[in-house]
Design a protein around this ligand. Structure first.
Ligand SMILES: NC(=O)c1ccc[n+]([C@@H]2O[C@H](COP(=O)([O-])OP(=O)(O)OC[C@H]3O[C@@H](n4cnc5c(N)ncnc54)[C@H](OP(=O)(O)O)[C@@H]3O)[C@@H](O)[C@H]2O)c1
Length: 296
């Protein structure tokens, strides 16, 4: 190792792209002894200045008990871990690489076969946000492995969140949040486009847009309970009322000469709900339609 040979590292970070570097920086800033490795040498130079031990090989790096891996994708994860598979027994391997729940479960089984504990993580933040008090990173896998290293996890993400034993839960929650994010952003951009045609600036739309998002967020407690109960009373507004408003949105969109992709998707779902006899049910009845999955 090129730095601080005297101290054994507490955490290894394998993969020093934008995110791996940010993770290592946050650990070092908190005084956690950190060893780093990257496939392409040279990316660790700045971290060495910050006090990292730089491993020349991945095998050197996994002397640490906690091993964080953050590379481009799961093929790269296997590319990193396979050459050192005989060194993983007894380690806690935390894979913070983005991927699917199936990949996470498969990686967990692979790690278990090699005697390692495996946590899968999903980072809900940009590199500049790593280490902040309100940053969220999701973790799933064996709880004892999470509890043993909670302090390091809370160092890289103040709102580190443990979701459960199924290693696929991090990826699943990640995509659930992405679905929410793009729905809100697409709705905002669609509204802004329709208004722009009428000469209204997006900044002028902001107060109403913010109110709309916050009003909708206020419905979620009751709606989550309805989804869990499988009961969709529609006592605030029925599906029929929603679908009539969707038609209105679609017509205004066509009149404005704006792309109809977003409102047409809303309307297509709404129409299916009416066809399914849900006209007098609440909006949350859509979840049963989504669960009926006609794509297979
Ligand atoms: N950046 C973000 O805003 C962000 C946010 C949330 C989640 N993430 C996730 O974090 C992960 C890393 O993202 P990033 O932004 O750090 O990407 P990045 O800057 O492109 O870095 C990619 C890293 O993967 C390594 N790598 C790629 N293929 C490899 C292989 N076959 N073997 C060994 N190492 C390999 C690269 O090593 P070399 O230097 O040798 O090429 C580099 O260290 C991704 O899964 C990403 O989705 C990123």
């Amino acid at each position: 190792m090129s730095n601080h040979d005297d101290a054994r590292a507490d955490v290894a970070v394998l993969g020093l792209g934008a995110m791996g570097t940010a993770l290592a920086q946050a650990l070092l800033a908190a005084g956690i002894r950190t060893v780093v490795w990257n496939r392409t040498p040279g990316r660790a130079d700045g971290l060495a200045t910050d006090g990292a031990r730089v491993a020349e090989t991945s095998a050197e790096a996994v002397a640490a008990e906690l091993v964080l891996v953050c590379v481009s994708d799961y093929d790269a994860v296997r590319g990193v871990l396979t050459p050192i598979e005989d060194r993983l027994a007894g380690r806690v391997v935390v894979n913070l690489t983005s991927g699917s729940s199936a990949e996470a479960r498969s990686m967990a089984a692979w790690a278990a076969d090699r005697g390692a504990s495996y946590l899968d993580g999903a980072i809900l933040a940009a590199p500049a946000e790593v280490g902040a008090a309100d940053t969220v990173i999701l973790f799933s896998g064996p709880q004892e492995a999470y509890d043993a290293h909670r302090q390091s996890f809370e160092t890289v993400a103040g709102r580190a969140t443990y979701l459960g034993a199924d290693p696929g839960l991090s990826s699943l929650h990640d995509v659930a949040v992405l679905a929410l994010m793009w729905s809100v952003l697409n709705g905002f951009l669609h509204g802004a486009a329709v208004l722009k045609r009428a000469g209204v600036r997006a900044e002028a739309f902001l107060p109403l847009a913010r109110d709309g998002i916050s009003t909708t967020a206020g419905w979620l407690d009751a709606y989550a309970a309805q989804v869990d109960a499988g009961d969709h009373p529609g006592d605030d507004s029925t599906m029929a009322t929603h679908v009539a408003a969707m038609q209105h949105l679609l017509e205004e969109t066509v009149s404005a000469g704006v792309d109809t992709t977003v409102p047409a998707a809303f309307k297509a779902l709404g129409d299916r709900a009416l066809e399914a006899g849900l006209a007098d049910r609440g909006y949350t009845a859509l979840v049963d339609l989504l669960l009926s999955d006609r794509s297979h």
